[in-house]
Ligand binder design. Structure first.
Ligand code: AMP
Length: 417
């Protein structure tokens, strides 16, 4: 039997992984500049964390989680998203006691049993931020503007920022009721899943990909028509703050994201360049979640973007081979002994060096140096050692020179700079 990678889960290797690293480094740097510190949580959590936060009636919990029993019969789940684990960690480590405002970021693999296609995988990666303890609409605008700036810094164009408000516990019930009413009158035209959703979680109809359900949801009421005065003020302040920062956005009246924990602000970045999977990332406020998971009532807002989709847009731009600085060609055992020592001396001074241990011919070693695109080759064999020299060959110009063995390391470092 041929062993293959699991469907929808990909290997990432050079040179593509180099592009990933560069993009990830830029993301981390950007988040740090905006005051976020990194958090790493386990890949596996108790299943109840996600059922209680993401929501029992969501697609993620109903259909997409990798859930299994461990040897102790505990139900565990590979994390499908990053927010609930971060909230769990913040509470477990009592971080809000030492500082009630926490700004955290993560880059991590996520797992969802979805139908794989371009831009949608079963293991994928997200970069995300979570802010705890800030109620103000300044913070919502701060996150949105920060992400917009990140995408500009990475060179993304054709990006649209969509915002909406889902209201709060005071005003959402009226919105929900009006959605239930509208859906009930169209029940026969909904897919079986959505027919069930009318009772359980009518707002999830907005996420349904079924053509007929999409047509219906386009004409459903908008949460924006039901906002109480506090939620309306919050949404107005968010818009004012975005205008103040000259951050472009559009109000999308039906933006209702696929997780249950959001309230008030929700937002999404989309692009026209990804085809069907047009969401670059999304986020929103989740002021109730910390309390729901047993913590002190704490306002919160966050965002997560998909790294694979980002790389579909950016890979070519960030693609670069990591050039090898030096290949040491040692055609005999005496040369290899000295080359071996020298390789480590250079590597420990930060120079990338490769050499061949298999005793291949000089020609074969030169060929490998070419293949690895080494900038310089050092040739050392018995005859060079006898004369106390080594040969440095510039692989671009093909110039060669003899250098005293004692000066070789200094000389090569000088040539590289
Ligand atoms: P969500 O957590 O569902 O709000 O997703 C946030 C972002 O993660 C999306 O906008 C996508 O960019 C990315 N994403 C979500 N699911 C997948 C997936 N199955 N494969 C690749 N990227 C995904």
């Amino acid at each position: 039997m041929n062993i293959k990678s699991v469907k929808g889960m990909n290997d990432i290797f050079a040179p593509v992984v180099n592009a990933w690293s560069r993009v990830e480094d830029t993301i981390k740097k950007h988040f740090r500049t905006y005051g976020y510190s990194e958090i790493r949580t386990p890949i596996v959590e108790y299943t109840s964390l996600f059922t209680r936060s993401v929501g029992e009636a969501t697609d993620i919990v109903q259909k997409e989680m990798y859930t299994f029993l461990d040897k102790n019969q505990e139900s565990l789940t590979l994390r499908p998203e990053g927010t609930a684990p971060v909230v769990r960690a913040v509470l477990e480590q009592n971080l809000l006691n030492s500082d009630p405002t926490q700004k955290l970021f993560y880059l991590a693999p996520m797992f969802r049993y979805e139908r794989p296609q371009k831009g949608r995988y079963r293991q994928f990666h997200q970069y995300g931020v979570e802010v705890f303890g800030v109620q103000s609409a300044y913070m919502d605008a701060d996150i949105i503007a920060m992400l917009r700036a990140l995408y500009e810094r990475l060179g993304l164009t054709n990006l649209e920022t969509r915002i909406c408000s889902l209201g709060c516990d005071n005003c959402r019930p009226q919105f929900r009721e009006s959605v239930v009413k509208a859906l009930s009158s169209k029940k026969g035209e909904l897919c079986p899943d959505c027919q069930n959703r009318i009772e359980k979680n009518p707002l999830r109809v907005f996420d349904c990909k079924n053509e007929s359900c999409r047509k219906i949801s386009k004409n459903l009421p908008s949460p924006l028509d039901f906002l109480c005065s506090e939620c309306q003020n919050h949404f107005d302040a968010l818009r004012d703050n975005l205008v103040r920062l000259k951050t472009p956005f559009v109000v999308e009246k039906h933006l209702v994201r696929g997780l249950d924990y959001y309230n008030r602000t929700v937002f999404e970045f989309t692009t026209t360049q990804l085809g069907a999977q047009d969401a670059v990332g999304g986020g929103g406020r989740y002021d109730k979640l910390v309390g729901q998971l047993g913590g002190p009532s704490t306002p919160a807002v966050g965002y997560a973007g998909g790294t694979e989709r980002l790389m579909l847009l950016l890979e070519e731009k960030f693609l670069a081979t990591e050039n090898l600085s030096v290949f040491i060609v040692a055609p005999d055992e005496a040369g290899l002994k000295e080359g071996f020592r020298m390789a480590f001396a250079l590597r420990n001074q930060g120079v990338s060096v490769e050499l061949d241990y298999s005793g291949k011919s000089m020609k074969a070693q030169m060929k490998r140096a070419d293949k690895l695109q080494a900038r310089f080759v050092i040739i050392i064999g018995q005859s060079e050692l006898d004369r106390g020299i080594g040969v440095i060959r510039n692989m671009q110009t093909k110039d060669q020179k003899e250098v005293k063995l004692t000066d070789l390391e200094k000389e090569i470092i000088g040539s590289l700079n």
